[in-house]
Design a protein around this ligand. Structure first.
Ligand SMILES: NC(=O)c1ccc[n+]([C@@H]2O[C@H](COP(=O)([O-])OP(=O)(O)OC[C@H]3O[C@@H](n4cnc5c(N)ncnc54)[C@H](OP(=O)(O)O)[C@@H]3O)[C@@H](O)[C@H]2O)c1
Length: 252
């Protein structure tokens, strides 16, 4: 039987890298994509030989997605699971102290990058047939607003709703769609959000037990491998130390 293939966006770090490692260990073929080619190659080298195909791809560049999907060799095709994971937050200030170019980058990455990758990948997933799935990474920020969450939270609310819309459009096909919404997780997310401040990243998680990338990989494995007649529509995950809080009260 041919090996199953997962296509991962944002495999150079965090959730994407951990998921690539787990699926490769479990005998899947992994198409690992992202902008940082050296990291993709390092990932390939640490995984079982022949299991990982590193392909540089920028989700904000539609042509890059088209070319990458078109270049998939037969051993890495058809793709059975699309892990739409690439994403980022930039800045954490409230309006109006925001940078519009950050909002544009979040829109192009978290929204249009995910949409374009999905569009290009649908023929692959259709070919894979029963058990195919799309797993979109949203966030608890898409459901719970917080000061400074602004565009990032809204972009993840888009991911949640778009996942449900996709479910409707794909009704009658074999393709499952899941919106996965994690809470606080320790990756490079905060370093990116603070424009490269590694210390801010460490300080943010100091003394806390956040979600780890390996926890997410286990959950993605579960979602991708449930029986083909089932669909997890949405899965929200928080570390125990985080709570779905009641709306904030502003006191004088
Ligand atoms: N960490 C959290 O607390 C948390 C919570 C909820 C949701 N999330 C979501 O989880 C997903 C993964 O984030 P993470 O926490 O694992 O953060 P991370 O460690 O910073 O990883 C983000 C990944 O996205 C990729 N990426 C960013 N822009 C890209 C672009 N233009 N083209 C291709 N790839 C791009 C990065 O790869 P390159 O830079 O190499 O391109 C990197 O591999 C994101 O969608 C994030 O919004 C994170």
């Amino acid at each position: 039987m041919p090996q199953s293939v997962i296509f991962i966006t944002g495999a150079t770090s965090g959730f994407g890298a951990a998921t690539a490692r787990l699926f490769a260990r479990q005998g899947w073929k992994v198409v690992a994509t992202g902008r940082r080619q050296q990291r993709l190659e390092a990932l390939r080298d640490e995984c079982p030989e022949g299991s990982v195909l590193p392909l540089q791809m920028d989700v904000t560049d539609r042509q890059s997605i088209v070319d990458t999907v078109a270049s998939l060799p037969p051993e890495f095709s058809p793709v059975k699971c699309l892990f739409n994971n690439a994403g980022l937050a930039l800045g954490a200030k409230s309006m109006p102290d925001i940078r519009l170019e950050d909002w544009r980058t979040m829109a192009e990455t978290n929204i249009m990058g995910l949409v374009h990758t999905t569009q290009e990948m649908l023929p692959q997933l259709k070919k894979a047939g029963r058990g195919a799935s799309i797993i979109n990474v949203g966030s608890v920020a898409g459901r719970f607003a917080y000061p400074g969450g602004n565009f990032y939270g809204a972009s993840k609310a888009f991911v949640h709703h778009f996942s449900y819309e996709l479910r409707c459009d794909l009704a009658g096909s074999d393709i499952r769609v899941t919106n996965f919404s994690p809470g606080m997780a320790k990756t490079e997310f905060t370093e990116v959000r603070t424009y490269g401040d590694k210390q801010a990243n460490e300080d943010f998680y100091e003394g806390l037990k956040p979600i780890l990338p390996e926890d997410v990989a286990d959950i993605i494995w579960f979602i991708a491998n449930i029986p083909a007649h089932l669909n997890i529509n949405s899965l929200e995950l928080m570390p125990l130390i985080q709570v779905p809080a009641i709306p904030k009260i502003v006191r004088d």
